[in-house]
Design a protein around this ligand. Structure first.
Ligand SMILES: Cc1cc2nc3c(=O)[nH]c(=O)nc-3n(C[C@H](O)[C@H](O)[C@H](O)COP(=O)(O)OP(=O)(O)OC[C@H]3O[C@@H](n4cnc5c(N)ncnc54)[C@H](O)[C@@H]3O)c2cc1C
Length: 431
């Protein structure tokens, strides 16, 4: 993205996670004035790995942040190996491999903290404001085209446009929904997470080569996503367990339930009792207290990601089940697209509302398609897809799952958006 002329408006981003920081970096590189308000004392991520699909990795390259991310790690983190699927029960034979269109399909598998560090280094520290937990958003009392952020510490900040990148428990979402927010829903899925030294697993007799490609071990109602990070030295493990007898959102968790808690290794081993030999080795070598995550989603879906001068992106807009490894990737697409539109030469303070509406119009169908597909792909891994637990045939179901997520024409979206903004009269057609 190239730098544009300075704009007559200021952007405030609420939340400095993966998505907020990607957007801040893209806006800054394009010359748009932006501030980031983060609730925590510093930018930070959890101790776990993340996979960034080819669609999002390409955009990080386009924004100009991929190199600073890769500088912090080895070249092995960028993989063109596809994804291997194996039954978690029985002999772990490979039953399907997602082919890649090398080199266009490179995916990033990386420690989250390293990834975030690379993003942070691409953002001017002067734009970051910490200990700023946004509690509400109101219209400006003096200027109907501006918005006020209210923080827990009693301070406020007024901006022309507010980007809510404050995650699944977003406080900005309430404004977009018109005053009350009932969209945070328990997905009836939990995940156990751990990082394990690969040497330890090999010494314990692990037969599956976990460096060949990221691997999904499938099984009834449960699955494992496993990939190496830190130059293949560490294995990132996420073990999912779902309930299919309750629809998403039907079971309300008690108010204030923790999203993360630490449980015993024995508890996790019980959940996957009877699984195959390499899974047993993984479980035996987990830390004594693995973390257990409640997986929340945004459901039912929002009808619109924007209202007035306020817009949502990332998990705040469409938090989804992570079964395509695509949640952050969709947020990165949002961030890139918004930055392209806000920095467009014809965007001025006068028609920010139109720009945000067009953003929503184009992002909503795509992100919700990925939301649905993530849920359905999890069903395939867990024996609830068209081929049930016929693991040798689930590849036929999986073959259709990833390509629409990994291959999307963002440049085409920008062109459509510009056309729509011209049709609305917000942008002036060039004659
Ligand atoms: C088990 C699991 C595995 C996953 N694996 C993958 C994967 O491999 N690939 C992938 O693409 N996605 C994956 N995801 C999804 C991915 O983690 C999320 O989509 C992504 O982190 C969303 O980024 P975000 O910036 O929108 O929100 P967050 O990462 O939640 O960041 C929100 C930021 O806003 C701050 N904040 C929150 N509230 C406020 C407030 N009121 N005021 C100010 N600041 C605030 C927070 O402190 C945080 O810094 C996974 C998710 C889970 C649960």
């Amino acid at each position: 993205m190239t730098a544009q002329a300075r704009k007559d408006f200021e952007v405030a981003i609420v939340g400095g996670g993966v998505v907020g920081l990607t957007c801040a970096a893209a806006l800054q590189k394009a010359g748009v004035s932006v501030k980031v308000f983060e609730a925590a004392a510093a930018f930070g991520e959890i101790g776990a790995g993340i996979g960034i699909g080819p669609n999002a990795a390409r955009l990080l390259q386009e924004i100009g942040v991929l190199d600073s991310i890769l500088q912090r790690t080895g070249p092995d983190e960028l993989k063109t190996t596809g994804f291997i699927f194996r039954p978690g029960v029985g002999d772990h034979r490979a039953v399907y491999r997602i082919p890649t269109r090398d080199p266009d399909d490179a995916q990033l598998f990386i420690h989250r903290a390293t990834f975030l560090d690379g993003l942070v280094s691409s953002v001017d520290p002067a734009i970051a404001h910490f200990h700023k937990r946004c509690v509400s958003v109101t219209d400006s009392p003096t200027n109907p085209k501006r918005v006020v952020l209210h923080f827990l510490d009693g301070t406020t900040h007024e901006a022309d446009v507010v980007l809510g990148a404050d995650g699944i428990k977003s406080s900005v979402r309430k404004y977009v929904l018109g005053g009350s927010d009932d969209r945070l829903s328990f997905s009836n899925t939990v995940a156990y997470r751990a990082l394990i030294p690969y040497d330890k697993l090999k010494a314990a007799g692990m037969k599956t080569d976990l460096t060949e490609a990221p691997t999904c071990f499938m099984g009834p109602d449960k699955h494992f996503i496993i990939f190496p990070i830190n130059n293949n030295e560490t294995i990132n493990v996420v073990a999912f367990a779902a309930r299919y007898d309750i629809p998403i959102g039907a079971e309300k968790l008690p108010e204030g339930s923790p999203t993360v808690e630490y449980v015993t290794r024995e508890e996790v081993k019980k959940v996957y009792e009877g699984w195959g030999p390499d899974i047993a080795i993984l479980l035996d070598n987990m830390p004594e207290k693995p973390s257990k995550w409640i997986i929340n989603v945004v459901h039912p879906p929002l009808k619109n990601y924007a209202k007035g001068q306020v817009v949502l992106l990332g998990d705040a807009a469409h938090g989804m089940l992570p079964h395509l490894g695509a949640g952050a990737g969709q947020g990165i697409e949002d961030a890139y697209f918004l930055a392209r539109l806000l920095s467009h030469p014809e965007t001025t303070a006068d028609h920010l509302e139109d720009v945000l509406q067009v953003y929503s119009q184009l992002r909503h169908p795509r992100a919700q398609m990925v939301w649905e597909r993530s849920r359905n792909t999890g069903r395939i891994y867990e024996g609830h897809g068209p081929h049930g637990q016929d693991w040798d045939r689930v590849g036929e179901d999986l073959a259709r799952a990833y390509p629409p997520v990994w291959h999307h024409d963002m440049e085409g979206d920008v062109e459509v958006a510009v056309t729509l903004l011209r049709e609305r009269g917000a942008f002036q057609a060039v004659v």
